[in-house]
Structures are given as structure tokens and as C-alpha cells.
Write a protein that binds this ligand. Sequence first.
Ligand code: ADP
Ligand code: MG
Length: 386
Amino acid sequence: MSDTEKVDNSKKKGGGEQTLTVCLRIRPMSEDEENVGATKIAHAIEKNVLVLRDPMDDHEDILRVNRTREKKFVFDHTFDGDTGQEEVYVKSAKFLTENVINGYNATVFAYGATGAGKTYTMLGIDNNPGIMARALNDLFLEMDKTSEEMVYNVSMSYLEIYNEMIRDLLVPSAGILDLREDAKGGCHVAGLSEVKAKSTDDVMKMLIMGNKQRTQEPTAANKTSSRSHAVLQVTVIQKNKVVNTSEEVRTGKFFMVDLAGSERAANTHNKGKRMVEGAHINRSLLALGNCINALSDKQGAKYINYRDSKLTRLLKDALGGNCKTVMIAHVSPASTQFEESRNTLVYADRAKHIKTKVRRNVADVSYHIAQYSNIIQELREEIMRL
Ligand code: ADP
Ligand code: MG
């Protein structure tokens, strides 16, 4: 399939009740995996179907009866190891940029075990950027097109949640920041820096720099394991320049999240400090998993516990509220990663049933202006009477 092929995202346009878009990316086999003789067990067989083969099958030649060990999963899109960055972006998260411009909230998050390809998808590499820079590039292009009529204000923040503590990745010296609830039940991070974004190159440089500030520690399972969740938040505020047209101000918020590795702490043989980290990561991802379970409950969930972790408090709107959300789950194709891949696929499969209620964020300024005009008029009359 070509990068430019038209993607049918019509069901995701506009407001109303929508399900989460769930995509699945299989990365290419790594050299290490090849070296240990791992076989490829995860295949994208159609544009939205993935087949996972239990490697135990390879040892059951004599029995050969249990063919149910090949399991099919269906997602909105599945990407194989040879799918490029542009195609992944175009088919997964591109439609969100249009929505952000139109004043909707949007979230894209990368899920999967350490080494499965989350950071590659979200941040990318120097000469082949991922979703974060591509989405911002599209936002800039869209703004250029309409700069005659509209005034835009784009700002970005980049933070990490590590051991349930929030740090500013653009201003690491700011220390640990607090998550505060606002009057509308939403959450914001007090003291988080907001940088005006101008060009895609600027953005990519900032993100790469920020990413170097992420807490990474070697564990037994992987040489460098991301133990933190990284959250890029882009806010687009726009107002019509032309006088006498509607005075509305639209605000679109775009969260792009590179989650910490979803592998269980048990697999990494962690001890001491890293065990504490593992417990916290499990707490955030467990809370996320619990929310996903409750939200995807077809019977209608009773109570969604967002308060259990910083991550779920921050992503509350993305999961059950006013937001268009895309989840990109990541797996290795290798037989040595079977357990992790299966866990990720089951998790992603569940997320397909989540529904969000999306509406546009428009503040009708003309209403407020009318209110203030009335007050000014009353004050004038009062002065006249004096
Ligand atoms: P994670 O963030 O999930 O821990 P990474 O994104 O760091 O994993 O990926 C692990 C390694 O595999 C990195 O060296 C990365 O460059 C490489 N990689 C991941 N996905 C791809 C891909 N789709 N194509 C090529 N290389 C990839
Ligand atoms: Mg990573």
C-alpha cells in the first residue's frame, strides 16, 4: 500500500460517540533475535489482521493436532516490519491533526514491552522522524494554509512520569512537578514549561534533547529500558482574524504518549531500586489496564478509577472523555518474545471496545463581549447619575 493511499477515517470525523482506534505495529527482527535463532511468529496477514503463532507448536510435530495455537487478532490497522514511518503516521494518527485544528482534543499513545518499537514510532530517529514531529509538521502546514483568516498560538510541553513523579523534560532543573485538578475535573501540571513551537526542525531538536533527559536504566531484560512514560502535549489556540465574523476561539489539545515498557517486573529479575520502579510502572500501567477493562466492559462499566495513578489522571479525557484517541500497540516478531506479544495483543484487543464522547472546544467570545458591554453600559449610566 502506498503512503498516499486514501485512508477512510470518515467514522472518526466530527463529534459524537466514537470507539478508540487501535493499531498494531510489528517491528523488524533485531540482530540479537536473529543471533539467538528466534523465528518470526507475528505476521500482519492483511491490512488489519495479525496472526500470532505459539512457538511451542514448533516442538509438537508428533502431536500436530493442536492448531488452535495460531491466534488471529483484528485491529483498525496492522503494520508489518517493512512499513515505513510515513505510512504508519498517515494510517494511524494523521487524521487527529485535522481534528485538533478543528478544536477537538486528541491523544495517540504507544503501548508495548521494552524494545518493541514505541519510541521509534513516537519520536523516531534523526533522519526518519516519528509521529510527534510528523503531526506537528502537519499542524504547521495546515496553519500556513489558513493564516490569512486565522491567528494561531501553538505551544508544546514535554514531561515524563517516572516512579509516579512528574518531571519537565524541556526544563529538567524544575524538579518534581505537581498534578493539579481544575474546576472542570481536568488535570494540569503546575509549573510545566510551555514552549512556542515554530518549525518541525525546532520541534524534533527539542524532542530529541528532551528524550535524552528521560530516565533510562539498564535492566536484566534489556540494555536500555525506558522506565518512564513520556508525554508530549501540544495546545493549539485559534481565533478568526476577520472582524464581524463569529468571535469564537477554538482550543485543541493533542497528547502524544510514549508509554514505559509493559513487561512484567518478574521478567526483568529486578532487585532493589529497580524493583520499586517496576512496582510504580505496574501501578501506572495497571491503572491504565484497569481503566481500559472497565471502559470496554460491554455491560457498561460501573466505576472508572482514574485516580489510581498519575498516568490515568492525565489521560482521563483521552480514555473516557472528550477526546479522539488512537492506541498503537507494538510487538516484536520474534518467538523469544511470545509471552510479551500475546499480553500486548490481548490488552490492545480489549481497548477496541472503548467509546469516547467527543465535542468541539469552542468558547463563544461574542457572548462574553455582550455581557461586558452590558456591564460597561450600566457603569456609564451610574457615572452619569453621579
Ligand atoms: P521501545 O521504545 O518500545 O523500548 P525502541 O523504539 O527503542 O523500543 O526500539 C528498539 C530498537 O528497535 C531500536 O534500536 C529501534 O531503532 C529499533 N526499531 C524499533 N522499531 C523499528 C522499526 N519499525 N523499524 C526499524 N527499527 C526499529
Ligand atoms: Mg522507548
